[in-house]
Design a protein around this ligand. Structure first.
Ligand code: GAL
Length: 432
């Protein structure tokens, strides 16, 4: 993990918030002005879980919050756009204008480290002690929330990004066995050709740029293996190497099987194409399972899932976690929210609706769906790697440069060699 850079402004902000946290620990009632977390207090929660199955997840969390903290008003600061595609820029504008929400969703790993390095979030280690969370989460996860021994957020969930979702009927109509797994991307191409030839449906649905980056990272993972993929982020894998060229060429070929309207869509639209049987396959993080469930679909009768070909045994990880921003207007409300986030009850309710698995270690697998039980098992057994599209692998500036290069390539702005050169340049400019 990169070292945190400290700024004077951060130190000043920390002092203010420490006082606020100390005040709200005293437990007396009162308004938001005295930061006591009692009647009249509120919390603006900033996420991108604005609609559909993602909103259902947030609603489930708010249900627990309202029970645990009936006196604190929840204010929904959600900004639409999958993977924070619109929310993150808006959040940055607000943070820089010293107009933070009371708490915001951040990804464990490099993205959170960016906020820490910029002095935008508080150390919440004392809340880990107060809420009894020191041993609640896997040590590796806490490590991704920690800089210089200080923990900067409370995780709500763990998602897996390298999952293929498929429509059972479309596979059958294509002459494919819905239970088949594909060992390599080449094997998968054969199936994608079958869909195209036999049904005329879209073989692989995808949406706007971030979903294409999500697809790209899983193909890099498939072709480079877990160590090779992780090496892209720590400098031990050469972005100009032949194995990266092969992965980019596989990505280019995969994109040729996708829907033409992709750039105007977000993830729910692409996943919906599989739900509706207009497409055979979609690569999407496992928030997708919540969309299938919301549509009343059952596995394996209606849909099936598998790791992206060539990535079985690897869990492409990301986790959402909630912060206490420096100068949050209602730190006591934020503290109440963070308490719910860390609680077993909050994690069970939220994750059941969201498709992710609880970050807490003490949730019971039998309370969750079959898919989620399989994800829990994989998370326990598999090699864990960090998601690029979801803030775990690379700082925002690097992730944005990769996203720009991907968009340029997939919208016809260059050839494969140029794409790889752009990715090499992005690594040179941003690798720590
Ligand atoms: C991820 C986030 C998930 C899910 C997804 C799609 O970045 O961690 O919780 O919301 O975006 O929007």
């Amino acid at each position: 993990m990169r070292n945190a850079r400290k700024f004077t402004a951060m130190a000043a902000g920390l002092a203010v918030a420490s006082l606020a946290l100390a005040a709200c620990s005293s437990g007396d009632g009162g308004s938001s002005d005295d930061s006591s977390g009692g009647a009249g207090d509120k919390v603006e929660v900033f996420t991108w879980w604005a609609s559909g199955s993602e909103k259902l997840g947030l609603d489930a969390l708010v249900g627990v919050f309202d029970t645990q903290h009936p006196d604190v008003e929840f204010i929904n600061g959600a900004v639409a756009g999958g993977a924070g595609s619109a929310a993150k820029d808006l959040l940055q504008t607000r943070l820089q204008a010293n107009d933070p929400p009371d708490t915001f969703q951040a990804h464990a790993g490099a993205e959170l480290t960016d906020y820490i390095n910029a002095g935008q979030v508080e150390d919440v280690s004392s809340l880990y002690d107060e809420f009894g969370l020191r041993d609640a989460f896997p040590a590796d996860l806490v490590d991704r929330l920690t800089v210089d021994g200080k923990i900067y957020s409370i995780p709500s969930n763990i998602h897996r990004a390298n999952v293929v979702w498929a429509n059972t009927q479309v596979l059958t109509d294509s002459g494919l066995d819905p239970a088949a797994k594909y060992d390599t991307i080449d094997d998968w191409f054969v199936a994608l050709d079958a869909v195209k030839e036999k049904t005329g449906r879209t073989p692989l649905s995808v949406a706007t740029t971030w979903t294409q980056v999500n697809l790209l990272e899983t193909i890099l993972l498939s072709d480079l293996g877990a160590d090779g993929y992780s090496g892209l982020w720590d400098g031990s894998t050469d972005w100009s190497g032949d194995d990266v060229t092969k992965a980019l060429s596989d990505f280019e070929k995969l994109m040729s099987y996708t829907n033409e309207d992709r750039d105007g869509l977000d993830w729910p639209d692409a996943t919906q194409q599989v739900i509706d049987g207009n497409a055979a396959f979609n690569v999407m993080g496992d928030w997708a399972v919540a969309a299938f469930e919301e549509a009343g679909k059952k596995a394996p009768a209606d849909y099936v899932y598998m790791p992206v070909p060539g990535t079985d045994g690897v869990f492409d990880f990301l986790a959402d976690s909630f912060t206490l921003p420096v100068n949050a207007p209602h730190p006591a409300g934020a503290k109440a929210w963070l308490q719910t986030i860390g609680s077993l009850e909050g994690q069970v309710a939220f994750n059941k609706a969201k498709g992710s698995i609880p970050a807490r270690k003490d949730a019971k697998p039998e309370d969750f769906s079959e898919y989620q039980q399989s994800a829990m098992k994989s998370f326990g057994e598999d090699t864990i790697v960090s998601s690029l599209a979801h803030g775990a692998a690379a700082p925002a500036a690097w992730a944005n440069a990769i996203s720009d290069a991907t968009s340029k390539f997939t919208t016809g702005g260059g050839d494969l060699a140029g794409f790889q050169a752009d990715l090499v340049a992005a690594a040179e400019a941003n690798a720590g």
